[in-house]
Write a protein that binds this ligand. Sequence first.
Ligand code: HEM
Ligand SMILES: *[C@@H]1O[C@H](CO)[C@@H](O)[C@H](O)[C@H]1NC(C)=O
Ligand SMILES: *[C@@H]1O[C@H](CO)[C@@H](O)[C@H](O)[C@H]1NC(C)=O
Ligand SMILES: *[C@@H]1O[C@H](CO)[C@@H](O)[C@H](O)[C@H]1NC(C)=O
Length: 408
Amino acid sequence: MYQPLQKYPLIIIHIIIHFTCCCRIIFLLQHKLRLFKDGKLKFQVLEGEVYPPTVKEVGVDMHYPPHVPESHRFAVGHEAFGLVPGLMMYATIWLREHNRVCDVLKEVHPDWDDDRLFQTSRLILIGETIKIVIEDYVQHLSGYHFKLKFDPELLFKERFQYQNRIASEFNTLYHWHPLMPDAFHIQEQVYSYPQFVFNTSVVTTHGITNLVESFTKQIAGRVAGGRNVPPAVLMVALKSIENSRHMRYQSLNAYRKRFSMKPYISFEDLTGEKEMAAELEEMYGHVDAVELYPGLLVEKPRTNAIFGETMVEMGAPYSLKGLMGNPICSPEYWKPSTFGGSIGFNIINTASLQSLVCSNIKGPCPLASFHVPDIKDNGSNAINSSTAHSGSNDRNPTVLIRERTTEL
Ligand code: HEM
Ligand SMILES: *[C@@H]1O[C@H](CO)[C@@H](O)[C@H](O)[C@H]1NC(C)=O
Ligand SMILES: *[C@@H]1O[C@H](CO)[C@@H](O)[C@H](O)[C@H]1NC(C)=O
Ligand SMILES: *[C@@H]1O[C@H](CO)[C@@H](O)[C@H](O)[C@H]1NC(C)=O
């Protein structure tokens, strides 16, 4: 079932989803998670390391099944982040980063009160998230050969809406569950799905350093190419299809036309092979009837890539629009004073996945990357090194947004 694809590690997890949810944290929840001292968030210390507080301690709603003991019910800004240790790992890293940035700000502004430190730190963290998502994550996923650069100023002359909405189609196409492997390798242990999901002790037992290292080293699954949805999350794929029908989405080919791609002329043109093409023909009759989500999963992958053409050409502009459309990227916000001066602005403009991790762990820093290191090319699944490093010309996301579609 699981077709590994080398060089794409498991660390590709839910960053954008986390990001798009940031803005929607309701204030009540935010207040329960705030320490109300020096701008910081509540935390607990376990074996000398900072982790999120427990649900019992702060009283926020989190989704955990009954078998999870109270001491392992961590509370963070999204109620579903107990689902997988990868999400809790990121929530822990960002919690530490928030409190670290508060210390930096307090140093420069000893007179600032709790609320000002909190709000400014929050704005800086949104900026860091966007910087990392564009320059580390989207860069890697897109497979583009030019180097993406996060610079909101290049959009200042465009007509552009800053708003916190995403298209429903973006939510649908982002169901990348085939990325998930059949089992999760962390240090010397292998976790099955039942052992892994809702198990926050995975985070505390291994610690952030080992988790980051293990997630960077494990290879993720291929999203396009078909037959790669792990049985444990097959229901989620079914729900995506149901939901798309309920929303009366148009066909894959209609979306391809809308996004300046040629419609597929046959099932074999879509899948690049014969077996699935025949099964699809049986079900759909004509290639123009193929639905968006199933189409994205069976589409032939680009050479050595994790996705097919439609996923990248629809997904990248939606993603960049969501990122560049954040209010902090608008001319009113995007200046040092918004972020507590040049020190805060500089935290954003120098942010990277690697430094995010290194700044928030004790001891030697593990490799934190979206591409798997030192894997010898093995057989037909092997691909060459990350495109993230192959680009030379800097390119601003605005160019992509303009080129790909007029409607984003
Ligand atoms: C072990 C790993 C994962 C598990 C167990 C899991 C499970 C789930 C579940 C149960 C849902 C809710 C489905 C519903 O009721 O509609 C969901 C939603 C979703 N998942 Fe995952 N997922 C995993 C990994 C991922 C990854 C790696 C991605 C993408 C990078 C992803 C993207 C999404 C998206 C976009 C949604 C819809 C969220 C929304 O509409 O609010 N998931 N997932
Ligand atoms: C959760 O992870 C811990 C730490 O590795 C492990 O000891 C435990 O068995 C796991 N829980 C379940 C329900 O598998
Ligand atoms: C490559 O393949 C060889 C032989 O099948 C295997 O021993 C080795 O562990 C593989 N290496 C990686 C990095 O997968
Ligand atoms: C990967 O790189 C090697 C050496 O640079 C080259 O010989 C090979 O053709 C490349 N493979 C692919 C699939 O591009």
